[in-house]
Design a protein around this ligand. Structure first.
Ligand code: PA5
Length: 438
């Protein structure tokens, strides 16, 4: 029930022929991923996470036991925040308000602290490494804020981190804080279906059983034959167009509820696929730059560039096939110029705009395809998230790179530690000073 339609324009590709021509390399990629899955060092644990119903039950029990929570503050950055943010904005029922602290700009944090009622606030500190500076700084502040305001601050903190590594795990154990695990074989940007995502989403009221069932559906497709292997197919489309100089991939859902999904996708795609070296250590400099856009809003902004600007883009649209609720456009006397809208629904208009834009791009030789979701619910969104993770993994195979590390990001973290005077980073601090950075 997830449709993939191509609209790739006059410069397009002969799709069946291309799929047949690349069948072997896609099968090799699929088999390699499935074979490496049992090796924890391969960071493919995200494939099996949706099968882990035991952890899900623990998450749900914790949520049930904490009915007093009215505000949940997620302290986490990158992969430790973006998934929960995207899904909660799309599907959260508002029973608990979620707040995301993913930057260290002081003013918004002070502003948030002023609005929160500590007795009704739960803080979920999420860091796989258990040491990221932004998250740890926020944790120190929130921990102190709670300690000063409530009698039992430990009840107000829940930790999500690696089972063994980092600073957070031993601290949680020493203090007796409730702690959930990020499986060691699951990287940050692939962690939305483990407690990194599911714990905040349980508080947001998201139907997690269905979210994981949708992810399992994508697993089924990814493991299967190429004709039904949607992630292998969309990875191939991305691969072929990158070979044709489409260096930018626009990700554009037609939904305000999906407004944070492009942020999650940008991180997943760019951090996984922008690599200097291949698996053998040769310099290759792979990657296409993912760009966020929202329909219809950005039809009145970026679409001008997407249509008439350089032919360096491939656009992925996400379109819903049915609304959850609809709104009729009323007729008004005296505004007959708007007759074409009278009696139609908002969803019809949204749908027409999505189709119109896709076709207008195709006519201008700007390739695009659409991922269509039956409707926006936990099952379909779970499918989409896992689909995009699989697509990323397939692209990593096709480009012969490790899609699961992030050496470029890590270096920035190291420099920050050095600049902030962390113990053990003195030599790096000296080097930076010699280079004029202090
Ligand atoms: O995808 C990744 O690995 C990163 O974006 C991390 O999620 C991000 O750097 C935060 O790391 P951590 O969860 O270790 O605090």
């Amino acid at each position: 029930n997830n449709l993939f339609s191509e609209r790739i324009g006059p410069e397009g590709i002969d799709w069946p022929a291309m799929l047949a021509a690349h069948a072997r390399s896609l099968e090799v990629a699929r088999d390699a991923l499935l074979e490496r899955k049992s090796n924890p060092e391969a960071f493919l644990g995200w494939i099996d996470v949706p099968e882990d119903t035991e952890t899900l039950r623990r998450v749900l029990r914790y949520r049930q036991a904490n009915g007093w929570v009215e505000d949940l503050v997620v302290l986490g950055i990158g992969g430790s925040a973006l998934g929960a943010q995207a899904v909660s904005a799309a599907l959260g029922n508002g029973s608990v308000r979620l707040h995301f602290v993913d930057n260290v700009e002081p003013e918004p944090i002070i502003g948030l602290l002023r609005t929160l009622e500590p007795h009704k606030t739960l803080v979920n500190v999420i860091s796989k490494s258990g040491s990221t500076a932004e998250t740890m700084a926020a944790f120190l502040v929130f921990r102190q804020w709670l300690e000063l305001a409530v009698t039992d601050w430990k009840k107000h903190v829940v930790v999500t981190t690696d089972p063994a590594k980092g600073i957070l795990r031993p601290y949680a154990e020493a203090e007796g804080l409730t702690a959930f695990e990020v499986p060691p074989s699951v990287g940050g940007r692939f962690s939305v279906t483990c407690p990194v995502g599911t714990l905040p989403l349980a508080f947001a009221g998201v139907d997690l059983e269905s979210l994981l069932a949708g992810a399992r559906k994508s697993n089924e497709q990814a493991r299967g034959a190429l004709e039904h292997n949607l992630p292998a197919q969309t990875a191939l489309v991305n691969h072929l167009f990158s070979q044709r100089g489409k260096n930018i991939v626009v990700f554009m859902p037609y939904s305000t509820r999906l407004r944070y999904l492009p942020d999650w996708f940008v991180q997943l795609h760019d951090e996984s696929l922008g690599k200097m070296r291949d698996r053998q250590g040769n310099e290759v400099r792979t990657g296409t730059t993912a760009v966020r856009a929202i329909g219809t809003t950005d039809q009145h902004a970026q679409v001008q560039l997407f249509r008439e600007g350089p032919r360096d883009k491939l656009t992925t649209f996400v379109r819903l096939l049915a609304p959850s609720e609809n709104l009729e456009i009323p007729a008004v006397k005296g505004l007959e110029g708007l007759e074409y809208l009278f009696g139609k629904s908002f969803f019809e208009l949204l749908d027409a705009e999505a189709k119109a834009t896709a076709h207008a791009l195709a006519k201008a030789g700007q390739p695009n395809y659409t991922l269509a979701l039956e409707k926006l619910d936990a099952y379909n969104l779970g499918w989409l998230l896992q689909h995009l993770m699989w697509q990323t993994a397939f692209l990593g195979e096709l480009w012969n790179i490790n899609a699961f590390d992030q050496p470029g990001v890590e270096l920035g973290k190291e420099y920050t530690y050095a600049l902030m005077g962390r113990k053990g980073w003195e030599t790096l601090a000296q080097e930076l000073k010699a280079e004029g950075v202090e």
